[in-house]
Design a protein around this ligand. Sequence first.
Ligand code: SF4
Length: 228
Amino acid sequence: MRIAEIYCSIQGEGFLTGTESVFVRTAGCNLRCWFCDTHYASWHPEGEDLSVHTVLRRILAYDAEHVVITGGEPMLYAELIPLCAALNKRGYHITVETAGTLYLPLHCDLMSISPKLSNSAPRGTAHERWKRRHERARHAPDVVRRLIREHAYQVKFVVDDPHDLEEIDRYLDAMPEIERDWVMLMPQGTEVGRLNLTRNWLEPYCREHGFRFCARKHVEWFGLVRGT
Ligand code: SF4
């Protein structure tokens, strides 16, 4: 499996915010969100091909009890199945962060699904081919249904603009299986000023509509710095 980076840091998003974790970032993605903050794992994937054994050995070198498998899109790699089984056997808490477009039968303790809305499509005329692929692939409700049926989960929507809220409502209306308690709305952005501007209207909206607001604490703590 192609791995962009493995490092130990603090989870900055979602229910486990503040938890020390080893992050395993796979390289490669079947989507091309314009706002992707890890181009080195999507638009321009980097990294090296590592065996499950090597990935496991690098995780074991850290003390953390939580492992976050992220990307890119980690569900591209069937090697996740033996990796998650080996981590589970050793007692790790496993989070898998996915856009929810691909399914693998794996063990995980928290499936963190971030379905991509129409606001994510690649912009500009230079990416017409990717725009078509992205639009074909980004919405996979049957995959999301299966993931939430089989795992504890959180669903995080990236919100860029107030118009996105109607689309989220339509999405959730069509997916009554998703418990609102596990839905988080997270501002789009990679710098604190931009995040705060969205937070000013999004946090009250979450309170009024029964959603959880999802801060991007790692941006506050570290900035947009690779390996954090
Ligand atoms: S799905 Fe995630 S990793 Fe892939 S392009 Fe979108 S934001 Fe980046």
